[in-house]
Design a protein around this ligand. Structure first.
Ligand SMILES: *Cc1c(COP(=O)(O)O)cnc(C)c1O
Length: 367
């Protein structure tokens, strides 16, 4: 079976370094929010050219703590995309605010700036664009709308570490940005982890306090916070992966180029489009087919794994049935949920495996 993603192989590539770090951390006596975490924060802030990076327990918490740091809660609205992983909207609900959805662009699958403004009310406080599958959203347009209406922009960059928009890295484009280090993310660890990046020192200070039970200093609490800390071991592993991420992202991009070259022109396949002014890091390689089930079945017959991201838009999730949405409200997002499927994409996908995937899709496409 050719898997969608091969984590075992990925971590095997850096096994010796990881085992070495394991020993260092074990010997250090510091296991949570210690010097490795601080170093990871510094490296990421420096790389992105932002003032602060604050490590937290996971990407969802990164979003929740950031929303709370900006004072967003009950009675507030936050505009985001219905075509994303659930956590992008869940974080909004978690702080007591209401997610408001705006449809996506059919080419990039990202929130469509032209659909945002009509959703703004007096209750709107922020926009959460998601750089879906690793391609940056239309940040200039989104920032201009936010500025005009006095809204915060919180990038959900959980799928896009290393992607760039007009030469600037995601994570440095909004007021703040959130990353996930879940194992399957392109910058992932052997467990959970997350990071908020921002040049807003006040927000960073609040998030640092929130991640450790709302402390001002140890044992002095000035707000109700969270236990949302990053472990030293994960920080140590992430420092290793951080050294690799550019070459791993480049390998993903090269595989995407090969898929693109081989599959363009196949009539019943819609390939992902990469905009010229930004770089896609292909956290996932999703393509569209009207006959998705048949395509996926054929791939399965040839021992090639495929997957659906995402089979149900967020406005149609059971838990959001209390929100004023119905099927048909976001036709672009809904059609993506009906036609997109992901094929294997990871830095260590062999040429022969790529060829096999391509030949099955070509055969299927012609047939
Ligand atoms: C993975 C992901 C999250 C949540 O990250 P966790 O670390 O799993 O909590 C949020 N948003 C998007 C778009 C994601 O892909």
């Amino acid at each position: 079976m050719i898997p969608l993603i091969n984590l075992k192989q990925q971590f095997q590539e850096v096994k010796d370094d990881i085992l070495n770090e394991f020993e260092c951390v074990l010997e250090s006596g510091q296991y949570i929010l210690g010097p490795k975490v601080k170093l990871l924060e510094d490296r990421i802030a420096e790389r992105l050219g932002v003032e602060e990076a604050v490590a937290v327990a996971n990407g969802t918490d990164a979003l929740v703590l950031t929303l709370q740091a900006y004072g967003i809660g009950e009675g507030d609205e936050v505009i985001t995309t219905p075509f994303t992983f659930f956590a992008s909207a869940e974080a909004v609900s978690r702080v007591g605010a209401t997610p408001v959805f705006a449809d996506v662009d059919p080419e990039t699958y990202n929130i469509d700036p032209a659909k945002i403004e009509e959703k703004i009310t007096t209750a709107t406080k922020a926009i959460i664009p998601v750089h879906i599958f690793g391609q940056p959203a239309d940040m200039d347009d989104i920032m201009a709308i936010a500025k005009k209406h006095g809204l915060f922009v919180i990038e959900d960059a959980c799928q896009a570490f290393g992607a760039e928009y007009k030469g600037r890295p995601v994570g440095s484009l909004g007021d703040a940005a959130c990353f996930s280090f879940f194992p399957t993310k392109n910058l992932g660890t052997l467990g959970d982890g997350g990071m908020v990046t921002t040049s807003d020192r006040d927000a960073a200070r609040k998030i640092r306090s929130l991640r450790t039970h709302g402390t001002r200093k140890k044992y002095f609490h000035n707000q109700i916070g969270f236990n949302s800390r990053l472990d030293e071991l994960h920080a140590a592993i992430l420092l290793i992966i951080l050294e690799k991420i550019d070459s791993w992202n480049e390998q993903r991009r090269n595989i995407a180029k090969r898929y693109q070259r081989a599959l363009s022109g196949v009539s019943d396949l819609e390939l992902p489009k990469e905009k010229e002014d930004r770089s896609h890091i292909y956290h996932l390689y999703c393509l569209g087919a009207e006959k998705r089930d048949e395509m996926m079945n054929t791939l399965q017959e040839y021992q090639i794994q495929s997957g659906i991201y995402y089979p149900r838009c967020l406005h149609l999730q059971d838990v959001y049935s209390f929100l004023p949405y119905k099927k048909g409200d976001f036709p672009v997002a809904e059609s993506l949920s009906e036609k997109l499927f992901a094929i294997p994409m990871h830095p260590f996908l062999l040429k022969e495996e790529q060829d096999q995937i391509i030949s099955v899709l070509l055969k299927r496409g012609e047939g």
